[in-house]
Design a protein. Structure first.
Length: 222
């Protein structure tokens, strides 16, 4: 029997003289708050933050590509508590000044560190949800700049990955605009809320890329 499949071309080692990379510092400091021009973020306290966060995200458009929409603040608090117990670190995103008809200090969304592998110095940024009023503005790039900066410059990450539903073209474009590299599509990767199984687009930023990504994001936000 002959094998008629084409011979696979092995992937080249992009870093053949790699030096040892130290383990990542983990977890983030309790009580840490990260501040930029438009947003300030801190780690979520579920019981304290769930009501304001639920109000900000209580829109069908927010949950189109996210499974498990909570039906009230109590359900959201329970979900956040469970995720934190599983090792997630969700961050609350608030405005620093009046914008988009929202007052200074208004809660506008969340983003999370998840899938953390401390010995391998990598983590994921995901479960990012914002109120529609702040879509396509400075809130997401500033939030990601803070989270990426903390991951690479403070925690010592070597890799940060970001994933999204292949049907979520808006999210894919937003991730690519951060300067993340598209790595491929994970086929039949994760179940959607309707029971179908999605393909997932995978992006990443490495420590070697981070200075260029940081500079590009800062220039974009000027």
């Amino acid at each position: 029997m002959t094998d008629d499949l084409p011979r696979f071309a092995p992937v080249a080692d992009a870093r053949p003289t790699d030096d040892p990379w130290p383990a990542m510092t983990w977890p983030p400091e309790p009580g840490i708050e990260l501040v930029a021009s438009v947003v300030t973020i801190r780690l979520i306290r579920p019981q304290q933050d769930a009501r304001a966060l639920f109000t900000a995200l209580d829109d069908d458009r927010v949950w189109t590509h996210m499974p498990g929409r909570p039906d009230g603040p109590e359900a959201l608090a329970a979900d956040l508590t469970a995720r934190i117990a599983d090792g997630w670190h969700p961050w609350l995103v608030r405005l620093r000044a009046d914008r988009h008809g929202l007052e200074a200090g208004a809660v506008v969304g969340m983003s999370s560190y998840l899938d953390v592998h401390q010995p391998d110095a990598r983590l994921e940024i995901g479960s990012t949800l914002y109120a529609p009023a702040v879509w396509a503005g400075a809130v997401n790039p500033e939030t990601k700049l803070l989270l990426l900066g903390n991951a690479f410059d403070t925690l010592g990450a070597g890799r940060v990955q970001l994933k999204t539903d292949v049907r979520n073209t808006r999210s894919q474009q937003a991730i690519a605009r951060l300067g993340a590299t598209y790595e491929g599509t994970l086929r039949r990767y994760q179940r959607r809320a309707d029971g179908s199984v999605r393909d997932t687009a995978l992006f990443s930023i490495t420590a070697e890329q981070w200075p260029e990504v940081r500079n590009r994001l800062k220039a974009r936000l000027c």
